[in-house]
Design a binder for this molecule. Structure first.
Ligand SMILES: Cc1cc2nc3c(=O)[nH]c(=O)nc-3n(C[C@H](O)[C@H](O)[C@H](O)COP(=O)(O)OP(=O)(O)OC[C@H]3O[C@@H](n4cnc5c(N)ncnc54)[C@H](O)[C@@H]3O)c2cc1C
Length: 403
């Protein structure tokens, strides 16, 4: 069977990509086992200052890439893209894996893969003009102001209020929590309640909130990794013009679903790069592996292959122009499973040395992986919610009662 990557067109494209990458980056020092890993760093252990510095470094590379025509490859030219199919996007990612380019953090996939397409879909012509290109080039970084203390899995329960003022603008009041990257974000996509007299899914509206607006306060939350990648965000008497409303009033649920669907799609590749690194660690440990270690490493290889194949299956459904539906939930579950298995392998291989592995920028800190992985069972829709989706939409089991 000829894979997408083997078609000559993609091969020529890959050669051109490698030629450009050779001019801006050195070849990656570590040749990880496997191929086609994701290039998103998911386990940061940073203070807000570190996060600001790394975000600036990554943005610099993303802008260079954008300006050279290697940015949003599958987007139309008006947004800086080339209108190429997903196969070429994946080919470029694979080429990038071979170079020491800055690994994009979660904020970059939120900005470029989640928020930019949502603004393109729901935005007014002015909003598309103002935001889409700027998000894709990472001149603006976006965060998701979705979750609240009483609204996570049940997102439609949000209590943050947006009320019309006398000038046709809006006043926002509420408290968001677990907001990744709020300290570096320029805009927040906020799901707010604008109507309390209708069923909860119908009373929501989404706003693009400039994070430097008066009344926005960001408080970092210390995580068990030691880092502070997510935050509480207080919105107190935040005044916005109606031009900050994204999508029609009362259609916030549909706008939020656009973001969440993109998030599920994006989640299927998570953790593969770290799994590859764990296999590399086993290969270069400097001592023979015990039988049980060999068994665990083999198990990790098999599981990460299944995850890769599932991610390719999801990608091929998208290439065919269809909604991947529950396949994306299977992909997300496999991703968190791979992360747990990676942690188990690394704990076994490193033993007590694990605690002294603090890593450095550009390399892995295994402590960050082991402490950060459990959070991904919660982020982007918990494992239980993914199980519900598969139970209902794949297995055809009865739907759980809904209010
Ligand atoms: C690393 C990380 C990054 C995050 N980044 C962001 C961000 O940038 N922006 C943002 O808005 N939010 C973010 N979140 C928050 C995340 O979206 C929520 O934590 C998640 O949706 C779960 O909501 P909750 O924490 O309120 O838990 P709850 O929804 O209260 O769930 C508690 C438990 O009950 C289970 N449960 C809930 N409902 C059901 C059900 N119907 N059936 C079966 N079990 C159920 C859940 O699986 C879970 O085990 C992030 C979270 C993490 C861990």
């Amino acid at each position: 069977m000829t894979t997408i990557a083997e078609s000559p067109d993609v091969a020529t494209f890959t050669d051109e990509a490698v030629a450009w990458l050779s001019g801006v980056a050195s070849p990656r020092r570590s040749t990880a086992w496997g191929h086609g890993s994701d290039s998103v760093a998911v386990f940061e252990n940073w203070s807000p200052e570190d996060e600001r510095r790394h975000t600036a470094e990554i943005s610099e590379y993303e802008r260079r890439k954008f300006d050279a025509g290697w940015g949003p490859l599958d987007w139309p030219a008006e947004y800086g893209g080339r209108g190429l199919p997903l196969s070429h996007v994946l080919a470029f990612r694979r080429a990038e894996e071979r170079f020491d380019v800055p690994r994009r953090t979660e904020m970059f996939s939120v900005t470029q893969q989640l928020v930019a397409p949502t603004v393109e879909k729901w935005g007014t012509p002015e909003q598309r003009e103002t935001y889409v290109r700027a998000l894709l080039r990472t001149d603006l970084i976006a965060c998701q102001l979705f979750s609240e203390t009483e609204a996570g899995s049940d997102l439609a329960a949000v209590r943050t209020r947006a009320v019309r003022d006398d000038d046709g603008g809006w006043v926002l009041d509420g408290h968001k929590v677990w907001t990744s990257g709020a300290t570096v974000a320029d805009i927040g996509v906020a799901v707010c309640r604008t109507d309390t007299d209708v069923p909860k899914h119908q009373g929501l509206t989404v706003f693009l909130v400039p994070m430097d607006s008066p009344g926005v306060t960001v408080r970092p939350i210390r995580q068990m990794t030691g880092g502070t990648s997510f935050n509480e965000v207080y919105l107190e008497n935040v005044r916005l013009t109606d031009g900050h409303r994204l999508g029609p009033e009362g259609k916030g649920w549909q706008v939020a679903l656009t973001v969440l669907a993109a998030e599920r799609l994006d989640g299927g590749n998570l953790g593969l790069a770290n799994a590859d690194q764990a296999v590399e660690l086993a290969r270069h440990l400097g001592r023979p592996l015990t039988e049980i270690e060999q068994d665990r490493v083999a198990d990790l290889i098999v599981h990460s292959y299944v995850q890769r194949i599932t991610a390719m299956r999801v990608a091929s459904v998208v290439v065919a122009g269809r909604d991947p539906g529950p396949e994306a939930s299977v992909g997300k579950l496999l991703a968190t499973d791979t992360m747990s298995r990676t942690s188990a392998v690394v704990r076994r291989l490193l033993g007590s040395d694990l605690v002294s592995d603090t890593g450095a920028w550009g390399t892995f800190a295994w402590t960050d992986h082991v402490l950060g992985a459990p959070g991904y069972r919660i982020a982007g829709g918990t494992d239980e919610i993914q199980h519900n989706i598969i139970a209902e939409r794949v297995l055809g089991l009865p739907r759980e009662p809904r209010a």
